[in-house]
Design a protein. Structure first.
Length: 374
């Protein structure tokens, strides 16, 4: 009985400590405001039409600091979620960045415009949530095709959202942020597939001055040619697949391993050629880069791993430091401008246009193994 009570007390203590972490990191509701963006008034004409299954209309919301001085010009970041994109995967990170003075435009899917048939809307939602599949070669190729199309479409949406924010003073004259957005040099970031969207969008429009990919594969042009902007790729430390997985009789295991292996090889080659920062957080899995594990009791009780709250703190600190420097025209060329966390392994490849072009490594290159949930 005494042992059981001691175990219960320990459990309450650990859960309580996790709650304190979350409270300490999260700004209060009064510090962060949210505003929906009216796509009818501000969106491009194409968004006013009837969308199809592969081109849903996004829902855009602004998250902003309410305590910023009234005349301040605020830096802007765009955010995209993972594969389905139907909800915000990183509200904790978004609030933390807003509390540090950023305005974040979160983009999720899908809006339901007037006149859209309910059956068509349901088909659209069904396609959004239909997962990737690696169970056969045919399914694998179809997944790659769908991922390329989805990343390209959402990257184009990112450019449209940026255009929309440019028109803000005219289309949203009553909005308190109408004259406060700095939109000539904007950052973009995302989780999982949203990270691939950020990488692709940075190639499409020079107004995107920096991109951050949170544990996502790369697709479309960014997979082939890399990201020619200041770029931060944050990764878990799941080991890369070995020969046994690459030749596994289980096709889902094999094709997932092939994508992990080939994608990581190409991504690292592009980063070393064009410049970028790779930050691997030890003891993490893919889900740790979203809010999913913050509410997982099982994950909180995994005492041998880094806590989800600690992961969120690291990501927020790295994101803020990276975007503050890059959007001010001071791309980071060494670890001096980044937070110091013992759990983070860094590899920094300098841009070929900088004074130096060598690679500085704070630790072994990241393993970069990713799962098939994105």
């Amino acid at each position: 009985m005494l042992l059981a009570l001691s175990a219960m007390a320990f459990l309450v203590l650990m859960v309580g400590r996790a709650a304190v972490w979350a409270i300490a990191m999260s700004p209060t509701a009064s510090e962060i405001g949210t505003l929906p963006v009216d796509l009818v008034r501000c969106g491009p004409p194409g968004w006013r039409g009837i969308p199809d299954e592969e081109h849903p209309i996004p829902v855009v919301q602004l998250w902003y600091p309410t305590r910023a001085p009234a005349p301040a010009r605020l830096p802007v970041l765009l955010y995209f979620s993972g594969w389905p994109g139907t909800s915000v995967d990183n509200p904790t990170l978004i609030r933390a960045l807003a509390a540090r003075g950023f305005v974040i435009a979160s983009v999720i899917y899908s809006a339901r415009p007037a006149g859209l048939d309910p059956a068509a809307y349901q088909r659209q939602r069904d396609e959004l949530i239909r997962p990737m599949s690696f169970v056969s070669e045919r399914a694998f190729q179809e997944t790659l095709r769908r991922a390329d199309l989805r990343v390209r479409a959402r990257a184009e949406d990112a450019v449209s959202v940026l255009d929309m924010l440019t028109r803000f003073p005219v289309c949203e004259p009553a909005n308190p942020l109408r004259d406060r957005l700095t939109i000539d040099r904007v950052g973009i970031f995302g989780f999982s597939l949203g990270g691939a969207v950020a990488a692709q969008a940075a190639r499409l429009d020079r107004r995107f001055g920096a991109a951050m990919n949170m544990d996502g594969w790369h697709f479309a042009d960014a997979a082939k040619y890399g990201v020619n902007r200041p770029y931060l790729w944050m990764s878990d430390d799941t080991p890369l697949p070995g020969p046994a997985e690459l030749a596994a009789s289980n096709l889902e295991t094999r094709y997932t391993a092939i994508l992990n292996h080939e994608e990581h090889r190409a991504a690292m080659a592009n980063i070393r050629r064009l410049g970028g920062i790779v930050a691997t957080i030890t003891g993490t899995s893919h889900a740790d880069f979203s809010d999913e594990t913050l509410s997982s009791l099982r994950r909180r009780l995994s005492f041998w791993r880094i806590s989800p709250q600690r992961v969120q703190q690291i990501i927020a600190d790295y994101a803020a430091a990276f975007f503050e420097a890059a959007l001010a025209g001071r791309p980071l060329t060494n670890a001096a401008g980044l937070p110091a966390y013992p759990e983070v392994r860094l590899e920094i490849a300098l841009s070929p246009h900088s004074a130096e072009s060598t690679i500085t490594s704070m630790a072994p290159a990241p393993s970069g193994g990713l799962d098939a949930s994105r």
